[in-house]
Write a protein that binds this ligand. Sequence first.
Ligand code: NG6
Ligand code: CA
Length: 521
Amino acid sequence: MKKIIPLLSASIVASPIFAGSITEKESEKSIDLKTETKPNIVLIYADDIGYGDLSSYGAKRVETPNTDSLAANGIRFTNAHSAAATSTPSRYGLITGEYPWRRKGTGVAAGDAALIINPERITLPKVLQEAGYTTGAVGKWHLGMGNETGKQDWNGHVTPGPSEIGFDYSYIMAATGDRVPCVFMENQRVVNLDLNDPISVSYKENFEGEPTGKDNPELLTKLRPSHGHDQSIVNGISRIGYMKGGKSALWEDENIADSITVHAVRFIEKNSDKPFFLYFGTNDIHVPRYPHERFRGATEMGHRGDAIVQFDWSVGEIVKALKKAGIFENTLIIVTSDNGPVVDDGYQDGAVEKLMDHKPWGPFRGGKYSTFEAGTRVPFIVHWPERVESKVSHALVSQIDMTATMAALAGLERLPEIPEDSQNQLSAWLGMEPAGRDYVIGSAGSLTVLTRVWKYIEPNNGRTYNPLTNTELGNNPDDQLYNMTTDRGEYDNTAEENPEIVEIMKHILEREKEKGIGLDL
Ligand code: NG6
Ligand code: CA
């Protein structure tokens, strides 16, 4: 606010655009945390779980009791945002504290992409290491590995990776469930690899004699693609990209949740006597959705619904482990998602046919890939029995603030290297301050400015609809301005009636762009 006010006329500051606004000083107000109470931090980062996918957020066709219990006993946020509407840029923003649109190369990463975070820069895990935390990353990574795209030797130590950007321990899937290589990596080495059967990966061409989903559909015993995903076949499911070898190391999709959850639990058990930070990126509910047998049929919605139940099971296992170690009370758990929901994301898994009246996007328009609200408005739950009282918060919060906010939580003075994009919003995140941010910039093709009342989407000539994923993308060659406090939300473009607000929003965006856009990594 401090920096905006001189640029705006008094009448506009008084207008509802910044309704309920607070001063920067207040929002950055430090919270007195004694070192001995330094909490453990567990971030449960779901993949593609939408605002309406959890029963605590209104879902009726699926029960998520473990997550709901965290929501009921902690803070359930209703206006929380990922940095982007897909995985890689959201994760980049979360871990660096810098808006992904400021950097080239932060779009959805291939499975053989080089590490997209410069090891020189400050990151969320490095901040926490500095504060004395042991840090671990378990589950989906999708931030690239190695120095050069396509040049990794998957049979050796792949570096740089999680350890170079601040994780003491890692047990990860290099990219996503639908991208090769389909193996787990522990501390940057493929787990269970037989060096007599080395792994080769290519995103350019197939390896001679290897079957693909396109040419050998008869080998697709578990899932068939609906669009894309017709290259190498692993575990009866075809993927994006080509791989060869590594048979003993290949994952089975039905066991991914078990495998990563077990490693997350082990990390908790091993580190329970000192402060730790666990980044737990679930594979659920990204495609290919192929939950373990014991979850199949848990809902009437097929694999997508059952994957939500499997996700909730993982949450429950983490909670159990924390309780068993006697550290549940002093652990801050955050549950959120990397982007909004998608129903058909490229496999024929029955999600479309069995959706019924379930609304993964909640009351919002759009979904994954969209600049409309459901692209980035995600569940966000903060649970910390020692410090946080049960409530619902309507504060505007963003994952971009994770780095600065966790630095404050860990008792560090604001480090100058933390990007300005990342604000210390600790008071809002702990439910002590009701407003949160003044605005947040979103990115999914077009940039957006969201305040607590208005949402502005900058003009964009991109297509308006993706028929394959059935997503309204939110692109429009005209200015779009929506009043998010009305029921009509993103269905009523009010830009023409509110030229002065459009001007302010454009001004905010210009000012943000001046700080850097499209820079090299
Ligand atoms: C898309 C994939 C989609 C998903 C997405 C990334 C196709 C046709 N679609 O390109 O399936 O993998 O990328 O999702 O290949 S994310 O949640 O990791 O960003
Ligand atoms: Ca995702």
